[in-house]
Ligand binder design. Structure first.
Ligand SMILES: Nc1ncnc2c1ncn2[C@@H]1O[C@H](COP(=O)(O)OP(=O)(O)OP(=O)(O)O)[C@@H](O)[C@H]1O
Length: 248
């Protein structure tokens, strides 16, 4: 299981002129297990910073994050969490399988188990036949699947994603949305992701958190109560995406 609670988090970054930039103010967020949460807001509203604080990559100046009820400063089970970045960050000199295996290398897993888990995870994302190809031999969508497989090979319960599909064309992006939903449900994962795209938020999320900028504050938390799978061209999905775009 994976639950996340962000409690009264504030963050400042030092600026070059010696002043400090107030990036996040009193952020409260409650993410029950198996929820899919989208963080949206205009550029500079602190979305990535909030995700990085949840991931333990950035320390909050005030407040705290509870991961499965444990303060992130005392949390040790970091392997239960995984992070997907905007670019796929695949290593060009490694095959798809070796890129996926990279996710396990620090985990002290035996060679035999590593091989099995890589094969299972490549199958999960539909890439069994492409295990021996190098990143430059793969399409953008396939590279994205490899990056997803590398994130999933450690069997995380919490998936964090920072605009992971924004560079893909719309058809491939829609396929990745379906994959993430299928896998999140199969692996009973909690997912928190950052997006600029209201439609992506409505297609994927149960809950959408809107941040206001300078400093980033939660303006509104919306529940998206539509059955899955959500067709982006369906009127009710469109209506919710339009409403979200208006709020943004
Ligand atoms: N390490 C850092 N040091 C100093 N300032 C930073 C740092 N990281 C982010 N900032 C600043 O904090 C603010 C919020 O950045 P952040 O990337 O969290 O916003 P965002 O909403 O994700 O933006 P975007 O949608 O453009 O990616 C920005 O003004 C950014 O310049």
């Amino acid at each position: 299981m994976a639950t996340v609670r962000v409690q009264n988090v504030s963050k400042w970054f030092p600026r070059r002129d010696g002043e400090s930039l107030h990036v996040l103010q009193n952020i409260e967020l409650d993410v029950p297990e198996k929820t899919i949460v989208a963080i949206v807001g205009e550029s500079g509203s602190g979305k990535s910073t909030l995700l990085n604080i949840i991931a333990g990559l950035v320390k909050p100046d005030r407040g705290c994050v509870l991961l499965n009820g444990v303060k992130s400063s005392e949390f040790t089970d970091w392997r239960s969490m995984t992070y997907m970045f905007q670019d796929d960050r695949l290593l060009p000199w490694r095959t798809a399988a070796a890129n996926v295996a990279f996710g396990l290398e620090a985990a002290h897993v035996s060679r035999a188990e590593r091989k099995q888990r890589v094969a299972e995870t490549l199958a999960l994302v539909g890439l069994s036949d492409f295990a021996d190809l190098y990143p430059h031999e793969l399409s953008g969508g396939m590279r994205s699947r490899v990056a997803l497989a590398r994130s999933l090979v450690t069997r995380p319960t919490l998936l964090l994603m920072d605009e992971p599909f924004s560079k893909l064309d719309p058809t491939i992006r829609a396929q990745m949305h379906a994959e993430v939903l299928r896998i999140a449900s199969l692996m009973a994962m909690t997912v928190i992701f950052v997006t600029h795209d209201p439609e992506e938020a409505v297609v994927l999320a149960n809950k959408v958190v809107l941040l206001n900028p300078r400093p980033g504050r939660v303006r509104e938390t919306r529940t998206i109560d539509l059955p899955y799978p959500r067709d982006p061209s369906a009127p009710e999905v469109n209506e919710q995406a339009r409403a979200l775009r208006r709020s943004l």
